[in-house]
Write a protein that binds this ligand. Structure first.
Ligand code: DX5
Ligand code: ZN
Length: 224
């Protein structure tokens, strides 16, 4: 059986109590914390940066998965590394030099990932798999929590799974396949069958409203 990681997105958490919220989802069985960074330029919304990452870092020992929805990315990568990021992902369209941005992250000893919008072709991966630890497929258009899952992501996930399995057979290296947007207990089984192993869930987890609720949703996602 394939790994199943749940990565609650802080976007739907109570920002006035962010430290406790990430501690509560960690205790509720989360595997990664998904930290959504938006700049009101690459995406039409504005969230948080390295200062907030640094503030929540002491609350969890789980990997913090920083999803950059900012453009450009290189100048800010060192600040997120200093603030305690374990994984940093950025969008194919948000940097002039994908290879350079990936190397900036990996040279600091952190895991690097490339993010694909619903319409972005997987061909960006062709020469970069050796420098990638995570591929993140957006199953909504980036910018907001609580949107509906875009169905074409299923076919894209299957195509990506084939690519990553072939790469693993050749090199022995495993690359995570993460899905972000509209993931719920009701559709996670289908997304997992298509080949995903890591699932971002914002509104589904934090919408449950209490630490008991978080645990219940995370458990039902893993069971599904
Ligand atoms: C969207 C963000 C997502 C979002 C997911 O741009 O990258 O991480 O918070 O939220 P849900 O799970 O509510 O779709
Ligand atoms: Zn995200």
């Amino acid at each position: 059986m394939r790994t199943c990681r749940i990565a609650p997105s802080i976007l739907s958490a109570d920002f006035a109590r962010l430290g406790e919220e990430v501690r509560d989802v960690a205790a509720a069985g989360a595997d990664w914390i998904h930290f959504d960074v938006m700049d009101n330029h690459y995406v039409p919304n504005l969230t948080v940066g390295p200062l907030v990452l640094k503030a929540i870092r002491p609350y969890v020992s789980l990997p913090i998965d920083v999803h950059l929805m900012i453009e450009p990315v290189d100048a800010l990568i060192p600040s997120f590394i200093d603030a305690g990021a374990d994984i940093i992902t950025f969008h194919c369209e948000a940097t002039r030099h994908i290879d350079r941005s990936l190397q900036l992250i990996r040279n600091a000893g952190k895991k690097a990932g490339l993010v694909f919008n619903p319409a972005t072709p997987l061909s960006y991966l062709d020469y970069e798999l050796d420098r990638i630890d995570v591929v993140l497929l957006m199953s909504v258009n980036p910018g907001f929590g609580g949107q509906s899952f875009i169905e074409s992501t299923i076919e894209k996930t299957m195509a990506l799974r084939e690519k990553l399995d072939a790469y693993k057979a050749e090199t022995g290296r495993e690359i995570a396949l993460e899905i972000d947007g509209g993931v719920k207990p009701g559709n996670i089984a289908r997304i997992a069958s298509a080949g995903a192993d890591t699932f971002v869930a914002g509104s589904a987890v934090f919408g449950a409203g209490s630490p008991e609720g978080y645990a219940k949703v995370i458990r039902s996602m893993k069971e599904a």
